[in-house]
Design a protein around this ligand. Structure first.
Ligand code: UD1
Ligand code: PEP
Length: 512
């Protein structure tokens, strides 16, 4: 059986009307807002697993769960010509860091503009399970109030194991307990990802963590110097964030060297500053943090725009040869990407800069002009900020496949990500995996639609969606949970630009 988002929407509307409920009443029951119910009923919103469960419970309708059993899939009709304007939404990765950082605050935290994505739902499930109260107060605004005592002993292990961000509870929780356990982190299948840099940095900040059977066993030590300098053994994003959260509530001055200056780290720093934590060196590799004993502040913070989503949307325009304007692109985190695109012959028009709602991040509107692309002369490779973003590299595989000539994509970072990009061959690309880290791509590609399983990795999966937009024929991209992990209503938003993507549950209606 397969059900589309429209048919599920109709089922929900009928059930609501049968109960004599208004959209507002259903929204109240769901802990959501009326506009979200309106969109769900019109099939204009992706339904997260969490929302499906809540709808079934509120309407006492297990049928909704039955209808949506199996995977969420996208049917993409290709040869799309896109036009119009689209706004970049806020980032998954900053949301993850700041949601974890809200644990540092005993006051009320309101996060504005937070993306409603599976990853936010997962970490929300985990936060709720340790006693935190979360309340959506607008379509994308979340109120967070933590209890006086958090209860890590009641943690939702299933949700915790689906996200790597659980690692970022270590920094905040060390201020509350002498000893605690956390389940192992999960996330995308990108190959082995290091945890040791986190443990090594936290040790220097007074937290000993031992990996035991299925758990991290954390013990706080008391012998922390009043002034400390910690050099991270990797310039990783979440390790920098973990160390920042450890330093934020450790009185005295901490200097973090080899810190990441990436977008999510900057966003976390701006948030911590609002909480009264002094931080110097934001955006550089040396951060100086003056910690405070206790934070009890009612704070509102607007998360900034996602450079990875910006690159995703720009790639949609590029591979379909369309003219679209992607508004609210955080330019500081896209400079190298744009320089590489420029070398390849891609024309982009940039508006004057303006500020994001956080008052800090610089934004521009970018218009993609249909261009004739040639392969870059050298390999395309990522570097920590301010290099080409590691999560933007996969989009260059699709773009290079569109360009004329031979390109090399070199992903030194992840052992398994390039392997997933090999799947672009199923949609017609001439892609060869030279080794686990290098792809050789010969373009241009005549993309063709297929039935295809999503790889278990967010960016490679969305790359297939983007290629499918350009492909001849229809692509059924099956089991897109990973895409919904990081993107809010991507099909619906691309459809507003002229794409034809249908969300359905179960198995595809037509064969390949
Ligand atoms: C929730 C979140 O914010 N996730 C992001 C974060 O994950 P996160 O910070 O968890 O990234 P990892 O710690 O897994 O680092 C990614 C990989 O890069 C390697 N590495 C990293 C830095 C370095 O200086 N040397 C080095 O070798 C690590 O060993 C690892 O294999 O950063 C990654 C790299 O930007 C992004 O892909 C993720 O989207
Ligand atoms: C790898 C990613 O994220 P995570 O760290 O959440 O797995 C990503 O955003 O592409």
């Amino acid at each position: 059986m397969s059900a589309t988002s429209e048919s599920i929407g109709r089922m929900i509307r009928d059930a609501r009307i049968a109960r004599g409920w208004s959209q507002q009443k259903l929204a109240d029951e769901l802990g959501s807002v009326q506009s979200a119910v309106h969109r769900i009923e019109n099939g204009q919103q992706n339904l997260s697993l969490n929302m499906i469960d809540r709808l079934a419970e509120a309407l006492d309708m297990p049928l909704i769960q039955t209808a949506t059993e199996g995977s969420v899939n996208f049917e993409i009709q290709g040869e799309a010509r896109l036009s119009g304007q689209i706004d970049v939404r806020t980032s998954k990765n900053a949301a993850m860091a700041i949601l974890c950082a809200s644990l540092l605050n005993n006051g009320r935290t309101v996060l504005r503009g937070i993306a409603r994505i599976e990853e936010v739902d997962r970490i929300s499930d985990v936060l709720k399970s340790i006693g935190v109260r979360l309340n959506w107060i607008g379509d994308n605004d979340l109120e967070i109030v933590r209890p006086a005592r958090l209860t890590p002993e009641t943690i939702d292990e299933r949700a915790a194991k689906r996200t790597r961000s659980i690692l970022m509870f270590l920094g905040p929780l060390m201020h509350e307990f002498d000893e605690f356990l956390l389940p192992y982190a999960g996330g995308c299948d990108l190959g082995a990802r290091t945890v040791h840099p986190h443990l090594s940095a936290l040790k220097r900040l007074g937290l000993d963590v031992e990996a035991t059977e299925g758990n991290y066993h954390a013990t706080v030590s008391t012998n922390v110097e009043p002034t400390r300098s910690v050099t991270l053994i990797e310039r990783g994003d979440t390790v920098t964030e973990n160390a920042l959260m450890a330093a934020a509530r450790t009185p005295g001055v901490t200097t973090l060297r080899n810190a990441s200056g990436n977008y999510m780290v900057q966003d976390l720093c701006f948030f911590l500053r609002r909480l009264g934590v002094e931080i110097d060196g934001i955006g550089t590799t040396t951060l100086t943090i003056t910690g405070v004993e206790r934070i009890d502040t009612d704070v509102e913070y607007h998360i900034s725009e996602d450079p990875i989503e910006a690159m995703t949307l720009l790639t949609a325009g590029i591979v379909t040869g369309s003219e679209i304007t992607v508004r609210r692109c955080p330019i500081e985190f896209l400079e190298v990407e744009f320089a590489v695109l420029d070398e390849m012959g891609q024309r982009l028009e940039l508006s004057p800069e303006y500020r994001s709602h956080n008052g800090e991040t610089r934004l521009v509107d970018v218009t993609v002009k249909p261009s004739s692309l040639t392969a870059p002369l050298d390999k395309v490779h990522p570097m920590p900020f301010p290099g080409l973003n590691i999560d933007n590299l996969p989009f260059f595989a699709v773009i290079c496949a569109t360009a004329t000539g031979q390109s090399t994509i070199y992903d030194w970072v992840y052992d398994n990500r390039a392997i997933h990009l090999k799947k672009l061959a199923d949609l017609g690309a001439n892609v060869q995996l030279m080794d686990a880290h290098r792809l050789l791509i010969i373009g241009p590609t005549r993309w063709r639609g297929r039935n295809i399983e999503s790889p278990p990795a967010l960016r490679p999966a969305v790359c297939l969606l983007l290629a499918a937009l350009a492909a001849r024929g229809t692509t059924n991209l099956m089991d897109v949970y990973v895409i919904n992990r990081g993107y809010e209503d991507l099909p619906q938003r691309l459809n507003k630009l002229g794409a034809k993507i249908n969300v359905f549950w179960g198995s595809p209606t037509s064969g390949d």
